[in-house]
Design a protein around this ligand. Sequence first.
Ligand code: FAD
Length: 394
Amino acid sequence: MTIRDRVLIAGAGPVGMVAAASLVRHGVPVTVLEANASLSEESRASTFHPPTLDMLDALGAAEPLIAQGLVAPQFQYRSRERVIAQFDFKGIADATAHPFRLQCEQSRLTRILLERLLPAGNFEIVFSSPVHDVTQTADDVAVSVLRDGRIETETARFLIGADGARSETRNALDIAFEGFTWPERFLVISTPFDFHSVIDDLVCVNYVADPQRWHFLLQIPGVWRVMFPIAAEESDARAVSPEFAQALMAEVVPGIDRYEIAHTTLYRVHQRVATTFRERRAFLIGDAAHINNPLGGMGMNGGIHDAINLTERLAAVWHGSQGEAELDRFDKQRRLVTKEYVEKQSIQNKKNLEAPGTEFRDRLTAIAADAAKTREYLLAVSMIASLKRAQELG
Ligand SMILES: Cc1cc2nc3c(=O)[nH]c(=O)nc-3n(C[C@H](O)[C@H](O)[C@H](O)COP(=O)(O)OP(=O)(O)OC[C@H]3O[C@@H](n4cnc5c(N)ncnc54)[C@H](O)[C@@H]3O)c2cc1C
């Protein structure tokens, strides 16, 4: 068996494709192995944060993505009755070239990246190739791939596991995925209904705090996504029924009780972090390394930040300007930031929305009334603070 001089990436989701684009940009040959026969069209993450857009800009992907999305400079926290606080990313325009959230489906990004990568001589993608097992020596990684009912072996210098929450790469490397699963599930309802026409001061990104039934209202091109928690005692069958969705939606705007519903997705929500993001020549990034609830939109964004952090170090090692010890910094920085920031913040975001008292509302009002506190808050929610913290870890 000869070692093919390349990096293998398992998974062509947004995180794997960003890793591929970044490596190719740095002159490192890449093969992406994707389990499915084509890129996913699933409706999932839809928010790109400012520093993520800065990173995508370096890959030539920010401009075409912005052209396909909605620019959201503001976001709101609301109660059922009123706006509690509104924030505007222009307050951190000195810290990012993109002082806004971009509302756009993650499936748009993977397509933009693939189109840009296909002409590159050092890029290859192989569909219908689920990674099945991983073995390593001191110099290479061998990956078993199940193709047409047969196991084939692919070899490379390094392997990046970007194969999602159920990562076979993580399992093959025997890395534990520690954490917990929330008792409630989340239901996402998509509707073409125009909420701007009935709620005057609404923006594209709105979180509604309520101890009984918090929800969020997020606009993406052509549709709104409304997400609700679903109590553990509701059956899956009832939760996905049209009547149940209509009853939930009727709580959003008083007096409107029938909506056109384009799509519903019920999903279980976990908070888990892999016990290591590096096992010798193999790495975990994105959902393969960590998963969290979607409040704050940090799952995919954090995964893209992993991809950039890792691939810049891998490129330096590949070209000989750094030794392999450099790769430990990826695990140190990204795992700590995931635990300290993404996990804690996404759990806190959920607790804030469901809290019964006024403490969260009072805190938000105080932040919005103070320019210095607003800036600090915006740096945190945009994830710029987490990237700075990662750098400080050295
Ligand atoms: C319903 C839903 C809604 C969500 N909403 C949000 C949101 O609003 N905001 C947010 O930030 N996040 C959200 N998330 C999470 C977000 O979608 C993920 O964080 C993001 O998709 C992670 O990207 P990824 O590339 O790491 O993994 P994935 O997108 O899961 O991509 C993994 C890829 O690997 C492939 N694959 C799987 N197994 C193998 C294998 N063995 N070999 C090769 N390839 C394999 C898969 O086919 C897939 O293409 C949501 C998730 C769900 C399920």
